[in-house]
Design a protein around this ligand. Structure first.
Ligand code: WTA
Length: 649
């Protein structure tokens, strides 16, 4: 270990990059900058070549249609099926007996499915779906724990051309209801319950009201995972097992156009209403297949573990579609890293001989705090590559990860991307890129990223600005579901012709990107996206609340935590009980991840003269910084009142 790098005061610019070992480079898929040069020479020819890794039923006539920006289209007139690419083609190529999916439950039960077996399961479930009248273009909501059936359900939707909308299992039934409504799903797939730290978390019974109040839902399919009881609704509720029992195990795949919708994934934006991010079939698959192979330097014998939940984009792209399209073995775990003990993840790496491990900085910071003794007592020597995603990784966490999990021997790919981008955009190539702890390094070949100032001009080295993408890429979102106007306004209006990411960033003298986090009203809590406005709308729905402002406060483990400032209705007194009630209320409206850590009552919120809440000031108060310019405030006294109130707490 190079001692210099432990010194946090060494500026990022001066750190000598960590180079991959000779041994790693020798076996790496990419060893030099040829891929970058190839893509620079002719970006579309590069993507066209990458698309050759996919099995098409009919080849496309044109790589990119950019006639109607920002509504770009990729692989025009290409026909394909995603499940065929993720399953059939590997079986047909003689890899039918290779493990596709490995699963371990929280209580130690296991499932192992070969490509052939997973294909059979997917075909059976596809037939079950068809039997229920689900077909091409129908929306299906999946609200499930991390169990193999969730992946089978996703792949079956792609086989028959149904559009899935996976809702994170940790979102509340009310949040589920909103998403079912927006997507107009005819079918919901769920479970009786989920296992969480030794407890059963009810799902189907918890969703009773949400389902009853969803008029579009004709059928509900339930996987029996925990044995948690619920009242089945006759004629609507069906058991997974019953449907699978008699289903045929072969199913003709639907022929899909490259631009047919593949899935919707709701993500937080800057209003109270989540955005239905729409991805289509061909470009998405090319994007995740290519990045999975190169960023993770995929080899035939790899056992790959991404710790995300399938309810987030990372689960879609890098648990399911990328790894299976590349013919990898993807491992999933049902539970949390600290149950039954804090070495659970390391135990699993030892047991399954995981070679590639992809997780989030918030998890790494928890591991650090729990202590080295947990990973140290396990054999982690199977690991050869580590990854990080979801938020900026602080150099200290990077170094700990490198040393204690990677034994100073595994490259770390710090991958920057978004639900919208569908695929990894800024990342090292592990056999090529020198790594600087805390930097996601450089744009993936074929991706043009930059940092620009307010005017949209490139900033110089060291100058902060906004991260943008300068040209379309295959896995880009195509629109916001049923809201093309919001799609244009959110991403394409700030800088005409450029995709606005919502992140602040700077580039160093070597051209490395350093991402600073969101510049809009989106929070990143433990690597999960939550909109300030969503939490605010949940709070103001409570009968005691008049107005609420929500901010992200820097948090040691979570990156940010939610702090909210609330004004109460006349005659309502703030109390600890009310704080608890409001926290529970937000949990009910959105889910536990959105519960504010702190709630403060104030007689007024600081606003500009035009009535805009000044969140910057609230952040400064919460983080106890000197307040900057307050001259634009409507009522400067509000600030001192809030400040006093905050100190007293
Ligand atoms: C942040 C998750 C720094 C960023 C894949 C982005 C990151 C948001 C990184 C998207 C990273 C993700 N370094 N920041 N490596 N990866 N982010 O849509 O702010 O859940 O805009 O997608 O996470 O979050 P989302």
């Amino acid at each position: 270990m190079d001692e210099r790098k432990h010194d946090k005061n060494v500026s990022e610019n001066e750190v000598k990059p960590f180079q991959p070992s000779v041994n790693f480079v020798e076996q790496a898929k990419v060893k030099d900058d040829s891929l970058y040069r190839e893509a620079e020479n002719d970006r579309l020819a590069f993507w066209s070549k990458m698309a050759e890794n996919i099995e098409w039923m009919e080849k496309w006539d044109q790589v990119l249609d950019d006639q109607n920006p920002p509504f770009y289209k990729w692989f025009i007139n290409g026909k394909l099926n995603v499940s065929v690419n993720c399953l059939d083609r590997h079986v047909n190529n003689g890899r039918g007996d290779k493990q596709a999916l490995l699963f371990e439950g929280e209580n130690g039960d296991t499932v192992s499915l070969t490509y052939k077996e997973l294909l059979n399961e997917v075909c059976k479930f596809s037939n079950a779906l068809k039997g229920l009248g689900i077909g091409k273009g129908d929306a299906v909501t999946i609200w499930m724990p991390m169990i193999p059936e969730a992946i089978t359900a996703m792949l079956a939707c792609t086989r028959i051309g149904a559009v899935h909308s996976v809702v994170f299992g940790g979102f509340s039934p009310e949040a589920l209801k909103d998403r079912i409504k927006d997507s107009e799903s005819k079918l919901v797939i769920t479970a009786d319950g989920a296992n969480r730290r030794g407890k059963e978390i009810p799902m189907r019974s918890a969703a009773e009201e949400a389902l009853d109040q969803s008029p579009t839902v004709e059928k509900v399919i339930i996987v029996e995972r925990t044995g948690t009881s619920y009242q089945p609704k006759e004629g609507r509720d069906l058991l997974w097992e019953d449907l699978m029992k008699d289903a045929e195990d072969s199913c003709e795949p639907e022929i899909m156009d490259a631009e047919d919708p593949l899935f919707i994934l709701y993500s937080s934006g800057t209003t109270g209403k989540p955005k239905g991010i729409l991805h289509t079939t061909g470009g998405y698959l090319v994007g995740v297949d290519t990045t999975f192979r190169y960023v993770f330097d995929h080899r035939e014998e790899d056992i790959y573990w991404c710790t995300a939940d399938i309810g987030w984009i990372t689960g879609h792209s890098y648990i399911v579609y990328g790894p299976l399209s590349a013919g990898s073995t993807t491992f999933i775990y049902e539970g949390t890293p600290d149950y039954p003990a804090r070495d659970r993840f390391w135990e699993l790496i030892e047991k399954y001989k995981i070679t590639i491990f992809y997780t989030a900085p918030t998890a790494i910071r928890s591991f650090m705090r729990w202590g080295n003794q947990h990973p140290d007592k396990r054999d982690l020597s199977s690991l050869r590559l580590l990854g990080s995603v979801g938020e900026p990784i602080n150099p200290e966490a990077w170094l700990w990860y490198h040393e204690h999990i990677g034994n100073a021997n595994c490259p770390i790919v710090d991958t920057w991307w978004q639900t919208e981008t569908g695929m990894i955009m800024i990342t090292p190539l592990p056999g090529v890129t020198g790594l600087k702890p805390g930097s996601a390094t450089m744009a993936f070949p074929g991706i043009e990223a930059d940092v620009v100032d307010d005017q949209g001009n490139s900033t110089g080295p060291g100058q902060r600005g906004f991260l943008v993408i300068k040209s379309p890429w295959p896995a880009m979102l195509r629109t916001l579901y049923k809201d093309p106007e919001r799609f244009e306004n959110t991403y394409w209006k700030q800088y005409p012709g450029l995709y606005f990411t919502g992140d602040g960033a700077w580039k160093d003298g070597d051209g490395y990107f350093w991402i600073m986090g969101r510049v809009d009203d989106v929070l990143n809590i433990s690597g999960h996206r939550i909109g300030t406005m969503e939490v605010e709308s949940a709070l103001v729905e409570h009968p005691s609340v008049t107005e609420a402002a929500v901010i992200g406060k820097v948090h040691e483990i979570k990156g940010h935590s939610i702090t909210s400032f609330v004004t109460l209705k006349e005659g309502v007194e703030g109390s600890d009980d009310l704080v608890q009630e409001l926290k529970a209320h937000v949990g009910k409206k959105i889910g536990a991840i959105a519960r504010p850590e702190e709630i403060f009552f104030t007689y007024e919120l600081p606003k500009t003269r035009s009535g805009k809440i000044m969140r910057r000031l609230l952040r400064d108060i919460a983080e106890q910084r000197d307040l900057g310019d307050v001259t634009t405030l409507m009522d400067p006294q509000v600030v001192s009142a809030i400040k006093e109130g905050y100190k007293e707490k």
